[in-house]
Design a protein around this ligand. Structure first.
Ligand SMILES: *Cc1c(COP(=O)(O)O)cnc(C)c1O
Length: 353
């Protein structure tokens, strides 16, 4: 059984990382590996091209990399669960936080292990995912910093684009710059500013990034060459880093509207159909368990991905100049969401080239 298959091109990933390292200059580039489940082969080539730090949301992935001798330092990206701190503190180097209780718990464990640990306090500038609300940030962070004995707040950071889809801007990043200036004075520090993710690259390209922002955490850009929030292929990066191949198991000619009373589909959704008459259709042996069908980008641009159930994906190829037959293999680029499922699905073979 050879399909579905994900072809992972390590050279393209390495090249993307190298290009970004150059583009970012003095800004520290944290390469984020959560999309690829902390894959050690990928982490290894990232370190080989000079990535200074690896960012991960899952402690399990960090443990996997450590057990494969991937050198750190490691940044724990997801604000941690209290229940993982005992394991996390001894093995990670930098943790993003947004809560006083968590900070104090980290400090307590750091003292126990005599472990230097750096904390980046996250600030919510409007996207409504993690972080102390920006209007309360000064007091909160100053207060927490003064209570810590072993752990240190060495930076502030923000995340945009993830929940609210808020785009980074000069204005929302300047909130961080002003906060840094305030805290540096109060705490006699020189805090770093962890300014964003793939979507923030756009500001860098436009010269709109304050030179005070000195850390970027980038996953999607390196691994896919795309920017989901900014909705673009990043022109100077490769999108041929990962390619999905899936096998055709039925080719047929059927109406575009089902016959019978319509209930819900297998995912509980109410399907909608446009009557286009009879259409040429393909069924692929891959489904919702492995991909997000809306994030499949066929190499044959005239294919239309219609729908998927857990194990089948239906494609309309009426507009294609190609003919297809059972046993053929179709190729796709992937959106971030689709790639996330592909990497997580044990049914998709991962092939490294
Ligand atoms: C996932 C994540 C990133 C990386 O985002 P990309 O869009 O993949 O570059 C950065 N920071 C945090 C906190 C994240 O969770």
């Amino acid at each position: 059984m050879n399909f579905p298959k994900l072809i992972i091109n390590l050279e393209h990933i390495a090249k993307n990382a190298e290009i970004l390292l150059k583009k970012l200059g003095n800004i520290e580039l944290v390469a984020v590996t959560k999309l690829v489940l902390g894959n050690p082969k990928i982490a290894k080539i990232l370190k080989e091209v000079g990535i200074p730090k690896i960012g991960e949301s899952r402690l399990l992935n960090i443990k996997k990399m450590i057990s494969h001798n991937i050198p750190g330092p490691f940044q724990l990206l997801r604000i941690p669960m209290i229940s993982e701190l005992n394991e996390a503190v001894p093995i990670v180097d930098e943790i993003l936080i947004s809560d006083e209780f968590t900070a104090l718990k980290i400090d307590e464990i750091a003292q126990k292990y005599d472990k230097n640990i750096e904390l980046i306090y996250m600030v919510d500038v409007g996207d409504l995912r993690e972080g102390v609300w920006f209007e309360k940030a000064r007091k909160t962070i100053e207060n927490v910093a003064k209570k810590l004995k072993m752990a240190k707040i060495t930076g502030i950071g923000t995340n945009v684009g993830c929940f609210g889809g808020v785009l980074p801007s000069k204005e929302n990043l300047n909130i961080l710059v002003e906060l840094k200036e305030y805290l540096d004075k109060k705490l006699e520090t020189n805090l770093k500013i962890s300014g964003g993710s793939t979507v923030t690259l756009k500001l860098l390209e436009n010269g709109e990034i304050s030179e005070k922002i000195n850390q970027f955490r980038v996953g999607e850009g390196i691994l896919l060459g795309t920017d989901a929030t900014g909705h673009r292929n990043i022109p100077y990066l490769s999108q041929n880093t990962v390619i999905l191949e899936a096998e055709v198991i039925e080719v047929d000619y059927k109406p575009s509207v089902p016959i019978g009373e319509i209930g819900r589909d297998s995912m509980g959704r109410i399907p909608h159909f446009e009557d286009k008459g009879w259409r040429k259709r393909i069924i692929l042996a891959i489904g919702e368990q492995d991909i997000d069908p809306s994030g499949l980008k066929p190499f044959d641009k005239n294919l239309e991905v219609l729908h998927a159930s857990s194990d089948h994906t239906i494609i309309d190829y009426t507009n294609s100049e190609n003919t297809y037959k059972v046993g053929d293999v179709l190729r796709f680029h992937l959106s971030y969401g689709s790639a996330l499922r592909v990497f997580t699905s044990p049914y998709v073979k991962k092939i490294f080239v």
